[in-house]
Design a protein around this ligand. Structure first.
Ligand code: 5AD
Ligand code: FES
Length: 349
């Protein structure tokens, strides 16, 4: 195990069969060494920095029906909301005052948000806060749409690939195309976005071989950001009652992603904090370097329930800001409130 980890550290790659061996054989004795090396790799480009992003969940309407997701269109028990332009700008204003210089606008695939509506929103945010980066995360759209949104000022785009195994992807996403999702990611890259891909760990029927495929896919795509989180079941979905991923197996994937793509921006996800009160700190110690505290108004927070028991639903933006900062510092890291671009664009101080 140790020699495989050292080889991966040195080459920033490892053959699929060896990645598989690592994933299947790492245990409580050997995993800490992997985490240590991942953290060491992260430090080369990002030192002890952790970047902060302000997350605004601006609509929970969604036309898709991902079988794992709590806000899937067919879940009639969800209280749907859509923030007005003014409400979104208020979130940005509050976030700016709290020091955030990246706003992540995330939502379901909501047909209300046409190109025209989104372009106007993004232009307004950019005019008001020219020193901030805007990250969009609103699912699959056309080439033209991604081009218009980029032109309007969007800097980054998050679109997890979810799983790189076609059969598993199709079993989880009714009426969606595996090829289209990948094409969207390549289009976003081509258009010059900083792109975020990523996947869930512990999905029903997911095997270690599938996880190797996820790692291979990110190595090939070379996204600037990689969101990796445990799958957590939600009772109002077809996957109700299924087993879910663990913090430990997710940490292994975070660390491997760091060693394969040393410069990546890797969030320590809310889902990790949901499974384990120290989950986000553990991810930072395994090579993650981004956190995304919530800026959404508290009265809509619990309506954006992708999975069970999501944390921070009752907490004000200022409270999360403080809470996260304390966690980052106590884990031995330094908070950076800057835009936090990818290391290929900007070398951190
Ligand atoms: N458990 C964990 N993550 C989930 N997501 C959606 N539903 C769940 C769930 N039940 C993730 C998906 C999506 C991101 C916004 O949240 O990977 O891309
Ligand atoms: Fe929201 Fe800790 S980050 S309460």
């Amino acid at each position: 195990m140790i020699s495989l980890i050292d080889l991966l550290y040195k080459n920033e790659d490892l053959e699929d069969n060896l990645l598989l061996e690592l994933i299947t054989h790492l245990d409580a004795d050997t995993a800490p060494y992997l985490f240590e090396k991942a953290l060491e790799k992260k430090s080369i480009f990002y030192k002890d920095t952790v970047y902060m992003r302000g997350l605004i969940e601006f609509t929970n309407y969604c036309k898709q029906n991902c079988n794992y997701c709590g806000i899937r269109g067919k879940n009639t028990t969800v209280d749907r909301y859509r923030l007005s332009k003014e409400a979104i700008l208020n979130c940005c204003e509050e976030g700016y005052k709290l020091g955030y210089r990246t706003f992540v606008l995330q939502g379901g695939e909501d047909p209300f948000f046409t190109d025209e509506v989104l372009v106007d929103l993004i232009q307004t945010i950019k005019e008001s806060y020219p020193d901030c980066a805007i990250t969009l995360s609103v699912g699959e759209r056309s080439y033209e749409s991604y081009a218009l949104l980029k032109q309007a000022g969007t800097d980054r785009y998050l679109l997890r690939h979810e799983t790189a195994t076609k059969s598993l992807y199709e079993s989880l996403h009714p009426n969606m195309s595996f090829e289209n999702r990948r094409n969207c990611l390549f289009t976003l890259k081509e258009l010059g976005y900083q792109v975020g891909a990523g996947f869930m760990v512990g999905l029903p029927n997911q095997t270690p071989t599938d996880l190797v495929a996820d790692l291979r896919f990110i190595k090939e795509l070379e996204p600037e950001m990689i969101g990796i989180g445990p799958y957590i079941p939600h009772d109002e979905t077809p996957l109700k009652g299924s087993k879910g991923g663990t913090v430990e197996e997710t940490l292994v994937m975070v660390a491997l992603a760091r060693l394969l793509l040393p410069k990546a921006l890797l969030p320590s996800t809310t889902a990790m904090g949901t499974l384990d009160p120290k989950g986000r700190e553990k991810a930072l110690k395994a090579g993650a370097n981004v956190v995304m505290p919530n800026l959404s108004p508290t009265d809509v927070r619990e309506k954006y329930e992708l999975y069970k028991d999501k944390i921070c639903t009752g907490d004000e933006a200022a409270h999360c800001r403080q809470c996260i900062e304390g966690r980052i510092k106590s884990a031995g890291f330094r908070v950076d409130m800057g835009r936090g671009d990818h290391a290929s664009i900007h070398i951190p101080e």
